[in-house]
Design a protein around this ligand. Structure first.
Ligand code: ASN
Length: 325
């Protein structure tokens, strides 16, 4: 079902060659904010001892994105190479679990996520069919560790950016309205938000209501997020930005074979697509980890105050629109 926010139509960002001089100036400012944000966040992760991995675009196994209450996938891309079927990266979650369990106990990747959203999402302002996640994972980390790490990273970024990027923020009319957030951010349980805004309206409701970034925990979704089978509670967390909505999703992860296997069956996902994680879990080689992924375009979109998140992309990926570049 469409939320109210999804029905609001927003002007579609144009490709570079069609921008007016003032639009080019705006685009350049957003580009500088993206560079600053990438530099700040990657420095924070490197300083905290995370290894920087390079991404892959094609794999036999990728994120099932199912069941995901927020997903609206029009098409899944699968091609044959060397006689094997491969999919374009939907997220590098499975790669992260394997990497963090083996050679890279703390890692991050700036990875392409290709999610061919339904064309009707063009005007929501929040969806693009290719985006970049700063995706990270840490062995033996708790949810609390990750929440603290992200809060520190975002508070540092905004505090520094407000000092160093005054000119750009002024051009974008964000100098006064962008407030430096204060940690710790408030944490809501999805159940309490559903009671207030309804099962279909809580994401839009909390984004509209809050003036600070906030966490929402306990969201039922893909098999890899940790679920306590006794209480039915999920040990996961999404970060919501005022007005802009979800910018990060993450969790403590499942690592035990019996649970992963049961959840994959429950979700009616093809087991053969997840043979490697199942095998590693069975052999006790999958380790407990926690992590998350920050949607870079949404984060910078919020900082820059854009109407459509594709404004942060040099080559906009608006659902339903394919440009030459
Ligand atoms: N990157 C997310 C995570 O770490 C997964 C996703 O994007 N679907 O949980």
């Amino acid at each position: 079902m469409k939320s109210k926010q999804e029905t609001i139509q927003i002007e579609i960002p144009k490709p570079l060659d069609q921008l007016s001089p003032s639009e080019i100036e705006r685009k350049a400012c957003i580009g500088k904010i993206m560079t600053y944000t990438l530099k700040s966040l990657t420095s924070t992760f490197v300083d905290q001892g995370f290894q920087w991995l390079l991404p892959v675009a094609l794999s036999q196994c990728t994120d099932p994105l199912w069941p995901d209450p927020g997903a609206s996938i029009d098409k899944r891309i699968e091609v044959d190479i060397y006689g094997k079927p491969v999919r374009t990266t939907a997220s590098m979650i499975i790669h992260k679990l394997v990497a963090a369990s083996t050679a890279y106990p703390k890692l991050f990747i700036l990875s392409p996520n290709i999610r061919i959203e339904k064309a009707e999402r063009a005007g929501t302002g929040k969806h693009i069919y290719e985006f970049t996640q700063l995706d990270f994972e840490a062995r033996d980390a708790t949810s609390k560790d990750i929440i603290t790490l992200v809060e520190d990273a975002i508070c540092t970024l905004i505090k520094d950016l407000k000092l160093d990027m005054k000119g750009e923020l002024t051009t974008l009319c964000r100098c006064d309205t962008l407030k430096a957030p204060k940690a710790p951010f408030k944490i809501y349980d999805r159940v309490e938000l559903e009671a207030k805004y309804g099962a279909d309206g809580w994401e839009a409701g909390i984004a509209k209501e809050t003036t600070q970034p906030v966490w929402v925990t306990n969201i039922p979704r893909e098999f890899y997020d940790y679920e306590d089978f006794k209480t039915g509670k999920w040990d996961n967390y999404d970060l919501f930005l005022p007005q802009y909505g979800e910018v990060l999703s993450g969790a403590k992860r499942e690592w035990e074979y019996a649970k992963i296997s049961k959840k994959i069956e429950r979700d009616q996902i093809k087991k053969e697509n997840y043979a490697l994680v199942l095998k590693m879990a069975k052999e006790g080689r999958l380790k407990p980890t926690a992590g998350g992924g920050i949607g870079m375009e949404r984060l910078v979109g919020w900082i820059a105050g854009v109407k459509h998140v594709a404004e942060t992309q040099p080559f906009p990926r608006v659902p339903g629109t394919v440009n030459e570049l």
